[in-house]
Design a protein around this ligand. Structure first.
Ligand code: CMX
Length: 446
């Protein structure tokens, strides 16, 4: 009998624990980085102060999951029959263990997800009770929060759980939650935008196909969903959603509280919400152009107008990346293959041609190249999911997979409560020697 994912994971955890223990006990004083005032005031950019083995973001290369590029991940994971994109459940296996699952191993996870997918009725009642015009991310976050009462971790913790077992209960909570996210998200979508009867899930389908089925969108939307969830799952630890998930979980809040919190971080326009902002912005341009494809000069003018009015160009720039996001490139390749003639794709592609040069001339953004959000909405739009307010929910399903994997490992390795130290502006000025200079100046004037 093949080992289950949980058994394989436990073996990896036991192998890894001594590495963390040795680093802490024997090398705890080794200096990794130093911190400057601009990093303290400037959102801790580049400060090496978190650890994760699930993914690593190289500024010049882009994301690697467990050491593998996205192309290698897509190539190496098992795929459902006839699909171009792999099982999302297989990605979860890879993120947790660092190993590519074989067909039998991935089917075990597909089966686990299928068994845990049923959402309690009270969650639907909470969703139904939202006032109209609520943003789908607010509803999604609340629905997840509501599930906290199901937490295995909470139950076991209050009954007296050994620290070494925290990861196990968190693993159970994570699977229980991840399996339900497509059901919750598609329910929100249908409620907000379709008003038709809910499409029941099909327990025989994998996560991507089941999501497409519940959204009521035909093939290849199953592959679109798989690709979307896989490429959005993780982007190392420092981005707002990943960091929030880790931070909240570090106080031993359960996975539902942690994932709900990370969804709230993702809902900001400088982070995940940028994918809806790209479509909103493109539609403003389309309206002004009466749906005609603008010339390069016209598009250039729109971009400058946005910059000159003090707004950012959504879908461009990145806090870490310094080249075109490989997640953008993968989606662009998909679009070139499946929707090259779509007008929205043509608009987005024109942005790719004009924005980087403009941002360079503008001279502020450290990275003028497109990020993941510049292209994801274009694909959704093409397949009929045109309600762009919903796009960040899709990002949220994917990102939850990575955060759950991270939190399980955080608990397995006993990472403590996160608690950096803050200081005051007075103290920073003192460190910079500014106060002394001001006092001297005052004395001179007197
Ligand atoms: N358009 C206009 N100005 C931009 C810009 C853009 N796309 N990207 C960066 N800048 C500006 C910043 O606002 C900043 O201006 P100020 O000095 O006036 O504050 C300056 O350039 C320097 O910023 P940076 O160091 O290059 O970038 P940050 O690390 O501060 O911010 C990010 C990164 C993503 C928030 C920023 O590039 C941005 O706002 N992009 C547009 C929104 C977006 O696409 N977000 C999604 C990112 C991916 C994701 O998380 O989903």
């Amino acid at each position: 009998m093949k080992k289950t994912l949980k058994q394989t994971l436990f073996k990896k955890i036991k192998e890894h624990r001594p590495r963390t223990k040795r680093l802490l006990e024997e090398y705890g004083d080794v200096v990794v980085d130093q911190v400057t005032i601009s990093q303290i005031i400037g959102g801790m950019r580049g400060l090496k102060s978190l650890v994760t083995d699930i993914s690593y973001l190289d500024p010049e290369e882009g994301i690697r999951y467990r050491g593998f590029t996205l192309e290698e991940v897509i190539e190496g994971l098992p795929k459902p029959k006839g699909a171009d994109m792999p099982y999302v459940e297989g990605l979860f296996y890879l993120l947790l263990t660092g190993d590519f699952p074989n067909q039998e191993e991935v089917m075990q996870v597909v089966d686990e997800f299928s068994k845990r997918r049923i959402v309690p009725r009270y969650v639907y009642e909470v969703i139904d009770s939202f006032p109209c015009c609520s943003h789908p991310m607010t509803i999604f976050s609340t629905a997840i929060l509501t599930l906290s009462r199901e937490s295995v971790f909470n139950r076991q913790y209050h009954a007296g759980l050994n620290k070494k077992e925290y990861w196990d209960a968190t693993y159970e909570d994570s699977l229980n939650l991840l399996a339900k996210l497509p059901e919750i998200a598609s329910y929100i979508y249908n409620k907000l935008y379709r008003q038709g009867p809910r499409i029941q899930s099909n327990p025989n389908l994998d996560m991507g196909a089941n999501f497409a089925h519940m959204m009521g969108v035909a093939k290849p939307y199953d592959d679109v969903s798989r690709l979307h969830f896989i490429i959005h799952s993780d982007h190392e630890s420092g981005n707002v959603s990943a960091h929030t998930g880790h931070l909240v979980a570090s106080s031993l809040s359960d996975i539902y509280l942690s994932i709900s919190a990370m969804i709230n971080g993702l809902a900001g326009p400088l982070h995940g919400l940028a994918n809806q902002e790209v479509l909103r912005w493109l539609h403003e341009v389309m309206d002004k152009m009466d749906n005609r494809i603008p010339t390069k000069e016209e598009m250039t003018q729109f971009v400058w107008d946005t910059l000159n009015s003090g707004q950012v160009i959504p879908g461009f720039g990145h806090a870490v990346l310094r080249k075109t996001d490989p997640r953008y490139m993968l989606q662009r390749e998909f679009s070139l293959k499946h929707l090259p003639e779509d007008p929205i794709f043509k608009y987005a592609d024109m942005l790719y041609q004009v924005v980087p040069d403009i941002l360079m001339e503008h001279g502020k953004a450290k990275n003028p190249w497109p990020n993941v959000d510049a292209q994801s909405g274009v694909i959704q739009w093409h397949y009929g999911v045109t309600e762009y307010d919903f796009y960040t929910v899709l990002f949220g399903i994917g990102r939850s997979i990575g955060i759950c994997a991270n939190v399980i490992w955080d608990r397995a390795l006993g990472y403590p409560l996160e608690r950096p130290k803050s200081i005051t502006t007075d103290m920073l000025e003192k460190i910079a020697g500014i106060k002394k200079m001001v006092e001297t100046e005052e004395k001179t004037t007197l």
